[in-house]
Design a protein. Sequence first.
Length: 256
Amino acid sequence: MITNFLIIIIFNWLVVTILWIYSQYSKKADIIDTYWGPSFFFVCIILLIDENNFTLINIITSLIVFAWSLRLMIYLHLRNHKKSEDIRYVKIKKKYGNFGMYLISYITQVILIAIVSLPLQALFISNLVIKINFISIIGIFISITGILIESLADSQLTKFKSDSSNDGKVMDKGLWNYSRHPNYFGDSLFWWGIFIISYGVTFNFYVIIAPFAMTYFLLKVSGVSMLESQIKNTKEGYEDYINTTSSFIIMPKKKR
């Protein structure tokens, strides 16, 4: 497994380095965001070829990862390609320079890909002859549910933003009425599902570090905390939205 871990790091280091060089000419560092999804499907391909382990559960998992990664890649590309460079990367480059941004944003993503894909690595190298069982079926259901929630939330937000009359307003319709960040919740759910699929076949519990790490980053690093620090003072009524609406998990409104 260590060999595959290193192969995944080296492969993605080469890819993100090429993307970083390209970003110097395109003046848009957020291309690294678009690569996040496909990187995990590439991990599946690398593991399938390297291990030659084309079991039914591995194929199903690869297809689920492909569906998640393709949707996310298309969504982020359509969202970003006509916009100016993301303010996050502008600030990082201004403070640390282009190479500093490469280390902070690009190399960090390489390490994260290797860590978050640990359940996939454990699953694809497993030699246990176990057919799809109840635990793996639960994992499949959870991961697909996560994709659907994330997709619906992104679609609702895109439609809301496309209406100029909503400028400066709080998005609190659809899933966003029950969670301030249902797209992040769906993404987290997807990775917990992948872990459960892997655990159902391999019984390797230590790879639970992957969904924990992903959920932590979504909540505390690149997701909820960072986004809300940017918008809570710019949108009228957002403080009330915070006080009545779950920050992450989809659940009923809180009482005022």
